[in-house]
Design a protein around this ligand. Structure first.
Ligand SMILES: [Zn+2]
Length: 122
């Protein structure tokens, strides 16, 4: 069966509609991926490392912390430290958590971590 020019035009338009929709979806997905990539680049710039005083460079410095009471998501917590090494103020942002059910379990985790650190040094 032969199509008139107009029918042919309509058939092409109908055929292109899903392609147009797919392209729009693809563009949205690309924008979302770009946003994720931008966020990851920011995260790379602030990559976590060992606890070093940013003022004087002391590794694992002793700190004084006066905790402020308050509520909020645990992954947005910031610790304000007064440094014993140089009296500077530092804002510590934890990168990852070991969550314990008791203070004893927490102490065990810290002991294990200290053991691992000492093994690496030794
Ligand atoms: Zn310091």
């Amino acid at each position: 069966m032969a199509l008139t020019g107009r029918e042919l035009e309509e058939a092409i338009r109908q055929g292109l509609l899903p392609i147009e929709k797919a392209l729009k979806r693809n563009a949205k997905a690309s924008e979302a991926l770009l946003d994720i990539a931008k966020q990851e680049m920011v995260q790379l710039e602030i990559e976590a490392g060992p606890p070093i005083c940013p003022h004087c460079g002391v590794l694992n410095p002793t700190v004084y912390m006066e905790a402020e009471a308050g509520s909020g998501p645990v992954n947005e917590i910031v610790f304000k430290f007064e440094m014993h090494c140089c009296n500077g103020t530092v804002y510590g942002i934890p990168e990852g958590w070991a969550m314990a059910m008791s203070s004893e379990e927490a102490a065990d985790i810290i002991k294990q971590r200290a053991g691992v650190t000492n093994e690496r040094r030794g």
